[in-house]
Design a protein around this ligand. Sequence first.
Ligand code: SF4
Length: 496
Amino acid sequence: MLELNKQQTLSFHSELYNFIPQNHLLIRIHQLIDFSFILEFVGEQYNLFYGRRAKDPEMLFRLIFIQKLYNLSDERVIEETKVNLAYKWFIGLNPEDPLPDSSLLSLFRVHKIGAGEVENLLTEVVKQCVEKGLVKSSAILVDATHSYSKHEASKPLQVLKQAANRLQRAVKKHNSKLLKQLPKMPEFEGETRDKEKQALAYLADLGDTVEQLLPDAEGSLRSRLEETKKIVSDERLLTWKGVQSAIDPDARFGWKSATTSFFGYKESIAMTEDGIITAMKVEPGNASDSKAFPDLIKQTAETGLVVNEVLADKAYGSFTNLKLLAKENIIPTIRLNEMMLYGHQDEQREKFVYHKDSESVECPGGHHSIRKAKMGRKNGNECQRLTFFFDVEKCKACPLQKGCYNTGSDSKTYSVPIVPDFKQKAVEYHESESFKLRYRMRYKIEQKNHELKNHHGLAISQYSRGLLGMRIQAVLTAIAVNAKRMVKLANPKVAR
Ligand code: SF4
């Protein structure tokens, strides 16, 4: 049953709120953002009429918002709100009203916010920003940043032992009498690889046993069982490329530069040129930057913003992304990667000469192709190819066949990509002066990444629950940073 603050009346002590300066950041944010969207977002998670009285979701969301805005822990935000008039006013309580226990914040985040598509919360805030006309730019900047996992990476044997201990502890907490029925962890023997295999078999057995004993397990025990399944079914675990922490099984190693790696998560971000984050996609640290791009464009479109230009570095300059932008009539101010600029050229391929007039290709042996055909799907995600076929009988007798023709093969072909119009245009734009001028604007998103990580705690994961926890943290952080920016855009003279 929900307990809504809107039904509360102001007490005698609420006169104290008159002492809050009218230009306080939280008052400005309250004037700009209607947080009631959270009621619809989490509504399904509550029974409106029965059960224990639940704390108002908007009040809890506003508390979490303050937490992200001022980078406070769950405990600290409750302590600070007890004595800070502006905080208490912002969450809709009277000065003398009690605050919920800090543990409720974590439960609200995971079980209420985490039950929905958390990215939709960001979309709702950006929609309000667009509707108020605060976004003037129709260009978005795309980039990725990273967050370290708060847990360390371990080798597979440690991960397996740690997962087994965690599952046993959860069973003990649930029903200590059942511990005797669980298989005991044996001494693993032999080389490291043998020990890993034995530990994997033991963990699988332990997970199956717990599942049989407690098929209806819920809460933390269910979480441990899910964690165990994830680890046991990870095909890359023993190659050291899969799960590397039993506590944070979604975190992965990614690259910050050609020589520096990190263990954690990657956040792909789209931001308007005037500094509003329109989309965010959080993935394990080893995710590809380029593949997140279509989701960022789609998420941005859902805010109602009409985008006519995208600025991004060469991690995003793939064929698929350029094709998507061409379809949407969006200018690609994207640094093109070498593959896009030069294709798959090598010395051997350059020895084949195209003759425009005969529409044939002459091979290093001086023979012309005998026929040609277009290969690949016209609307696929790769260039179609024009393939030239050579007379294989000539290849069989050719002195240059080494590196050119595989003995015994039934055919000898040479293919060139058919460059589509949009790629040709992208390459021409890439070489222009206007591209260079616009591309310089990318620094703005690097400043935003710095703000997210260094002022609002996104540099390191703060919540448990792996990828879900990181998605919640990143989206809430983006909302707090957007709120600050909205105040600035609405009142250009107000300091951040
Ligand atoms: S192997 Fe065939 S294609 Fe290659 S150079 Fe000789 S004749 Fe030409």
